[in-house]
Design a binder for this molecule. Structure first.
Ligand SMILES: Nc1ncnc2c1ncn2[C@@H]1O[C@H](COP(=O)(O)OP(=O)(O)OP(=O)(O)O)[C@@H](O)[C@H]1O
Ligand SMILES: [Mg+2]
Length: 341
């Protein structure tokens, strides 16, 4: 399978009053046609910045300082804003973290859906309307003729997210970037939205870059996982390897923090102790060492590079090891094959 998206040693910075800060550093991964790649990591690790950079939406202060991303061989990093505008909503589309702020409150949702159809598919108003209604039906919106005349704020969160998915997928993009597509929703609706994305992906062969901190959604949807910590990739592997044999202590910590059924629910979840470092005060050596239970002298002094520990499994650690307790592994195995969230 050919590579649809290639991200190569991407470094992204923001201009601030205190000088430039680097928020994403040397991030590399790729996505093949039809594949789903998930980026996971705690808040502030650079998931949204990485994905926004792909479609040129970093804002005035953000810029790609080094590295490159390519879509079907075409450099997104070097593309002009006009070229990126043409790709956005057409070949690459994005579901944003917050559906309330990304839908326009003063335009009925039907019209918001017709806009990309007319722009990218060059259809008449009448034809666009028919395609829009059909798409709303596909994403499970009841009575689309009525609902399409409604404004976003009159819809529930789940319905708004369905509308966002409809807008993102109506032009059959080759790549869908979904930034926390289910986080704002309750669990039943989450499961429905995950199902919906999987269905639409299966019928249209869309590749998905899924940004989330929900490992349940990752287990359900992803083929490959990229784990980020403090702006860097710390581990990447196919989803089975990552869940069954995570090697970076940070990934192992994330795995332990998943609540699961066969553990005493009165006990607290094993969240990772400590906090994410600020961009201005990155630790020396390995960025994770202040929180790492296994850190030794070398971890404090030298920056580890990503190393291949087998079969495209990369780990940025001086002491990679499989140290997840067997009980956690067993329950994760159930988690991933049973899909329980
Ligand atoms: N416009 C900006 N100016 C300066 N720094 C920024 C800007 N946007 C993001 N950052 C910084 O870049 C880092 C990465 O942010 P990003 O939004 O990508 O995190 P995230 O992984 O998506 O987190 P979350 O899970 O909370 O969505 C953060 O430290 C953030 O403060
Ligand atoms: Mg984010």
């Amino acid at each position: 399978m050919g590579k649809l998206l290639e991200v190569e040693r991407l470094q992204i910075a923001f201009r601030t009053d205190q000088g430039d800060v680097i928020s994403v550093d040397e991030v590399s991964f790729d996505i093949k046609a039809g594949e789903t790649v998930a980026i996971v990591g705690e808040s502030g690790c650079g998931k949204s910045v990485t994905s926004l950079s792909l479609i040129g939406l970093l804002g005035k202060r953000g810029y790609v300082r080094q590295g490159e991303s390519r879509f079907n061989g075409f450099s997104l990093t070097k593309a002009s804003s006009a070229e990126l505008r043409k790709l956005r909503g057409n070949e690459i589309s994005m579901i944003f973290q917050d559906s309330m702020t990304s839908l326009n409150p003063v335009i009925p949702i039907g019209e918001q859906l017709e806009e990309p159809i007319r722009l990218h598919l060059h259809l008449s108003r009448q034809q666009a309307k028919a395609v829009a209604l059909d798409m709303l039906r596909k994403v499970g919106i009841p009575r689309p003729e009525v609902i399409s005349k409604e404004y976003p704020q009159t819809l529930s969160g789940g319905m708004r997210q369905r509308v966002m998915i409809a807008i993102a997928l109506v032009c059959k993009p080759k790549l869908l970037i979904a930034d926390e597509p289910t986080t704002a929703l309750d669990v039943t609706i989450q499961a429905q939205i995950v199902q919906l994305m999987k269905q639409l992906q299966a019928s249209d062969g869309t590749s998905i870059l899924l940004v989330t901190h929900d490992l349940g959604v990752v287990a359900e949807m992803a083929d490959k996982v990229v784990v980020m910590y403090a702006g860097q990739v710390v581990e990447t592997a196919d989803v089975f390897t990552l869940f069954r044999a995570p090697q970076h202590p940070y990934t192992q910590g994330l795995m332990r923090s998943i609540p699961h059924l066969n553990r005493d629910s009165s006990k607290r979840m094993d969240a990772i102790a400590g906090t994410v470092p600020s961009l201005q005060h990155m630790p020396t050596g390995c960025r994770y060492h202040p929180r790492c239970p296994h850190a030794v002298g070398r971890c404090r002094e030298q920056r580890p590079a990503l190393q291949n520990v087998g079969n495209e499994h990369l780990v940025r650690c001086w002491l990679p090891s499989e140290s997840v307790p067997p009980t956690v592994k067993d329950s994760l195995a159930g988690h991933i094959s049973g899909g329980a969230v």
